[in-house]
Design a binder for this molecule. Structure first.
Ligand SMILES: [Zn+2]
Length: 245
């Protein structure tokens, strides 16, 4: 396939490559934007992604957009449908339950490690973040989903294990898709007072207590959803977005 002139990396682009582990900067940018849109629920399960329009709007060859979409497919965020193109995944009820089961066990391990490795600076950081959560949740700001997720990622960073952090990062994106699809109207996304309890347990170095609280907290999030085939079918009828090309 002939390469477009814009496909040739500039000097600075080549340098930036070293820091992006083989991902060209534009590809990383498109990837980050798509992930942000999923977390903010701008992009919703079942939505069609127009490869041609994406390539045009980022002024990159279509092959680069395709690479980004393939990366997201490998992360179970996007699926390719034969002769139709790329769509945001719509997790089934069974997949949703598996994802939540994996998440609650992962998070209980994470808080155990966080208890063992927490520094005073970490704990102070959690308290600062808790204040942000209160403001966002009390005012029902659109950033609720993002901020709630950030708290869980902070715990993962405290645990100090890059493999576990990566696993949680990928799971949390799929959790966003599940919440987009199965959330009850005005459903509780995340329970700030439970976060407060988790911080207190980590601060007290109570690993068993923190792990039990992490399990309960994740179960509460799961229970706040309408994980039913009926709900999935309703979204199909009222919310489905068909290809616009
Ligand atoms: Zn939470």
């Amino acid at each position: 396939m002939p390469k477009n002139a814009t496909d040739l990396p500039s000097g600075s682009e080549s340098a930036a490559l070293l820091g992006t582990r083989g991902q060209l900067p534009e590809e990383q940018l498109i990837y980050d934007r798509l992930v942000d849109a999923i977390i903010d629920k701008t992009l919703r399960p079942g939505q069609y992604l127009n490869e041609v329009k994406l390539a045009k709007s980022y002024a990159v060859p279509r092959s680069r957009v395709r690479r980004v979409l393939e990366r997201l497919r490998d992360e179970a965020v996007i699926e390719f449908q034969l002769n139709r193109g790329a769509f945001i995944c719509r997790p089934t009820v069974d997949e949703a339950r598996d994802i939540f089961e994996a998440r609650r066990h992962l998070e209980s391990v994470i808080v155990r490690l966080a208890c063992a490795r927490a520094t005073k600076a970490h704990i102070a950081n959690l308290h600062v973040h808790l204040e942000t959560q209160r403001q966002v949740f009390d005012n029902r700001l659109p950033a609720m989903n993002r901020v709630a997720g950030e708290f869980h990622m902070l715990l993962a960073e405290m645990a100090g294990n890059a493999v576990l952090t990566r696993m949680l990062t990928l799971l949390m994106r799929r959790v966003c898709l599940i919440q987009s699809l199965y959330e009850k109207q005005h459903g509780v996304l995340c329970l700030v007072h439970e976060h407060e309890k988790m911080i207190a347990l980590i601060e007290a170095n109570d690993a068993d207590g923190a792990a039990a609280e992490a399990l309960t907290h994740c179960l509460h999030i799961e229970q706040s959803l309408d994980l039913s085939e009926r709900r999935r079918a309703e979204v199909d009828i009222y919310d489905a977005i068909s290809p616009s090309h």
